[in-house]
Design a protein around this ligand. Structure first.
Ligand code: SF4
Length: 300
């Protein structure tokens, strides 16, 4: 009897959907993000972090597919950092990269195991992702890449924003374009305008070799809790999702309270931004509180 392929998606030899089959909306949202946030330029060499999940696999696939639609040229390098739980995932990815002709690097590590060992006193994901990011930067730099593409989509941005607010006490999220080391390396997120459901639909239609994350923390993160909470909100009102995304770049500091403790550098900066935005003569806190508390306009 013929032995089953470890990933049925790779075993399936039937023709796969090509560029014209890609939803026009996906092409539009990808192109819009790339142009609007200046993510990719002609001649770029881009390392694409591929975890084996649908988001990063689709990102890699779309970035290559896009080369058929546009006159610009860029190189792609797929980089997979194996966290060390189960090497089958990296074997499946290696097979896929080779089959599809992607230039690639696979780096085996023990990051996931170290993150769950007694030596680690932090949140496992915090340490694991910090170590992974370091390896990604090093690999990208050694391979001559000036950009590192990550597969975060629109729902990741919303979830991160909510996690930071609910559990970190700050209004912060993740951005589409983020320079590091004085601009020597730029992290880009070309999927930021794509909703998770579109990513999932397309990854399934393309039969991308999505691998299972064997990490024990994979199914019990704060992100999952927040995702479920958000889904319940979206069910109650379909506009909420779009409104949260819009709110992230539509901040009205005039109707937000200034920081109580402005002793830290970040807090002092925020206070200054707040004072500038609020256009307060002299910038006194008494004035500020008065200005912020006047009209009802800020209420929806
Ligand atoms: S879920 Fe596991 S593999 Fe993923 S970042 Fe957290 S610790 Fe690392």
């Amino acid at each position: 009897m013929k032995e089953a392929h470890p990933n049925p998606n790779l075993e399936d030899r039937s023709p796969k959907p090509s560029a014209p089959a890609i939803n026009r909306e996906v092409r539009h949202l990808l192109g819009k993000a790339i142009h609007h946030y200046r993510l990719v330029e002609d001649g770029d060499r881009i390392a694409v972090a591929v975890s084996g999940g649908k988001d990063s696999l689709l990102l890699l696939w779309l970035l290559r597919e896009r080369l058929k639609w546009i006159p610009a040229r860029y190189d792609l390098l797929a980089v997979h950092v194996d966290p060390g739980f189960d090497s089958r995932a990296s074997e499946i990815l290696k097979g896929y990269f080779e089959q599809e002709g992607f230039e690639h690097r696979i780096i085996h590590t023990d990051h996931g195991l170290r993150a769950h060992s007694t030596e680690n006193r932090e949140n496992p994901c915090f340490l694991c992702s910090r170590l992974r990011r370091k390896v990604l930067f090093e690999t990208a730099r050694e391979a001559g890449c000036g950009k590192l593409a990550l597969g975060h989509h629109q729902d990741d941005l919303i979830e991160t924003f909510m996690i930071n607010m609910l559990y970190g006490g700050q209004m912060a999220g993740i951005v589409p374009r983020q320079p590091f080391f004085g601009g020597e390396m730029v992290v880009i997120r070309p999927l930021v305008l794509l909703p998770a459901r579109k990513v999932e639909q397309l990854a399934r239609r393309l039969r991308l070799p999505v691998t299972h994350n064997a990490c024990p923390s994979a199914d019990r993160s704060k992100r999952l809790e927040v995702r479920r909470m958000l889904e319940a909100l979206y069910d109650s009102n379909a506009k909420i999702r779009g409104n949260i995304f819009h709110a992230m770049s539509n901040v009205n500091l005039e109707y937000l309270p200034p920081p109580i403790d402005a002793s830290g550098h970040g807090a002092a900066n925020l206070m200054q931004v707040w004072l500038d935005k609020a256009c307060l003569p002299g910038g006194g806190r008494a004035n500020a509180v008065g200005a912020a508390s006047t009209p009802e306009r800020a209420r929806p």
